[in-house]
Design a protein around this ligand. Structure first.
Ligand code: GLN
Length: 512
């Protein structure tokens, strides 16, 4: 099998056994990127030092240095994360070409574990969106169908993994954009417990909701990456001090057992019903049967306040975003636009923000500023925070009865590029399933549950666990993934179009 088709786990084992070098593995992925990324557009920037990094890992291995399990495995990094050696734009024109003076903590950890950064992946501007169409640098295309969205905001990371351009990627999830892109591309994404992974150096969207997490093609791969990036960071005041168990061990134990005996699985009534695509619902029903056959006890639970999650989120998020984005003032970072004939400091700031921010960013800054303004603060922001508490209580009540909660990870399969671009509300509603976990800070995983019969596109299962119980997601996800793959006899992504450049041209109706 070609190197780009292998899981990170298998690549790591082959590298450790010196059957293959990191330079070969890295070159194979750079070649794949060169062959297909013109059509996918998962990457905004390709590292010029990937091969040198790989050669360094190979040399260390030959010297007998003890290396971490993922040493030498390539990884793609969402452009929201600061990298000292590559531009970090967060998908925005205002940061075009900006190279940060430091690495995000998660990036520092990747380097310390000797992973090989391949480049930075495309995203909706400042992570605002569910389709990657709000990137200032053009959309990413879904490898399953180039006319469709790869999800967002982290569509670039999900597409890179699903198109076999990288075995691993980092994403960030404020309202779903690790789990929803995973669902629509057939990959695996995990939003850790809030505070489980450092946010230092992740360009903030909404600080009380943002979490960095793994995007991969298997549950064990996600666990291996989570083990590298997780843990306490004194530079992030919201970082938890908890000791974490090995997520890799949890995922492998789940996979090996293929058992869900005694696990109480709560089906959230409010996250599966009208408005969910028929094929998503049927795959979800089938998934519940598989869980029950593996010994799980399926219980319906109600979370009555989830209905208000989107409304609360779209007050809290813009409020925090309007404050976080105030720092892009033409003085400290990136772009500066001088009005013709000069101008005051305020006029330079206004001209810069007018030229540097896209429509969706401006819309949210206006919404957030309004929600925070004197006289409206209590009515909007204050009420939204109260709703947030009610949603947290819904989770607490549910987790008294069950061990994990499940729902579809997204209400539909990938929609067409352009379909929701001019309808912000329709775009916002797409995150109905994923937003509650962000509001409550609990961990969530998105993983494949099969193709929708009506359009042949991937559907995703979401699994949520109580805060700090990320390991439970990995053991559950590891078992569920193995059960499904046993049933199918293959992985979901092995069914994706192989995306050789000629096929891609044909798929688009172009010359072969
Ligand atoms: N789609 C959601 C939004 O537009 C979530 C974004 C995110 O998690 N980065 O806000």
């Amino acid at each position: 099998m070609t190197l780009t088709r292998l899981s990170a786990e298998t690549l790591a084992a082959r590298l450790a056994a010196k059957e293959v070098s990191s330079v070969e593995v890295t070159q194979a992925h750079l070649d794949r990127i060169a062959a297909v990324d013109g059509d996918i557009h998962a990457f905004l920037h390709i590292s010029t030092s990937a091969l040198a990094t790989a050669a360094d890992v190979d040399a260390r291995r030959l010297d007998g240095e003890r290396l971490s399990p993922l040493a030498g495995v390539p990884i793609a990094i969402k452009d929201v994360l600061c990298t000292i050696d590559m531009p970090s734009t967060a998908g925005s024109r205002i940061l075009e070409g900006w190279v940060p003076p430091y690495d995000a903590t998660v990036v520092r950890k990747l380097r310390a574990a000797h992973l090989v950064p391949l480049g930075k992946t495309n995203m909706d501007e400042f992570a605002m969106g569910s389709s990657t169409e709000h990137s200032a640098y053009g959309p990413t295309h879904n490898p399953w169908d180039l006319e469709r969205i790869p999800g967002g905001s982290g569509g670039g990371s999900a597409a890179a993994v699903a198109a076999f351009e990288s075995p691993l990627a980092l994403g960030s999830d404020t309202g779903g954009p690790i789990r929803q892109p995973a669902a629509v591309t057939g990959s695996v994404g995990v939003k850790p417990t809030y505070g489980g992974v450092s946010r230092y150096g992740a360009i903030a969207l909404a600080s009380s909701l943002d979490q960095v997490g793994p995007v991969t093609r298997s549950v064990v791969d996600a666990a291996m990456l989570h083990d590298v990036i997780g843990g306490h960071d004194p530079r992030d005041s919201t970082s938890l001090r908890d000791p974490w168990p090995s997520f890799t061990d949890a995922a492998r134990a789940g996979r090996d057992s293929r058992s869900l005996a005694g696990v109480r699985v709560g089906v959230v009534k409010e996250l599966n019903g009208d408005g969910f695509q028929a094929g998503v619902r049927s795959r979800f029903a089938e998934s519940l049967e598989i869980m029950a056959a593996a010994g799980a006890e399926i219980v319906e639970v109600s979370a009555p306040n989830f209905e208000y999650a989107i409304a609360a989120y779209y007050l809290i998020l813009p409020a925090e975003a309007s404050s976080n984005l105030a720092k892009f003032d033409s003085v400290r970072f990136g772009m500066r636009v001088n009005p013709v004939g000069g101008g005051t400091v305020e006029e330079v700031m206004a001209a810069t923000r007018e030229a540097g921010f896209g429509d969706e960013v401006k819309r949210r800054i206006i919404l957030g500023t309004y929600a925070l303004s004197a006289g409206y603060y209590d009515a909007y922001y204050g009420s939204a925070q109260k709703v947030r508490t009610l949603i947290q209580r819904d989770f607490d009540a549910a987790f008294e009865k069950v061990d994990v909660l499940v729902s579809p990870a997204a209400p539909t399969t990938a929609f067409k590029l352009g379909e929701k671009l001019n309808d912000p509300l329709a775009m916002y509603l797409n995150d109905i399933t994923t937003i509650p976990a962000n509001l409550a800070g609990v961990p969530g995983m998105g993983l494949p549950m099969g193709l929708a019969p009506e359009d042949g596109l991937p559907t995703g299962l979401q699994v949520m666990a109580p805060a700090r119980q990320d390991a439970r997601l990995y053991s559950f996800g590891g078992a569920f993934e193995a059960l499904l793959e046993d049933k199918w006899g293959h992985t979901l992504l092995s069914q994706a179009p192989s995306l050789e450049p000629t096929e891609m041209n044909a798929a688009r109706g172009g010359a072969v």
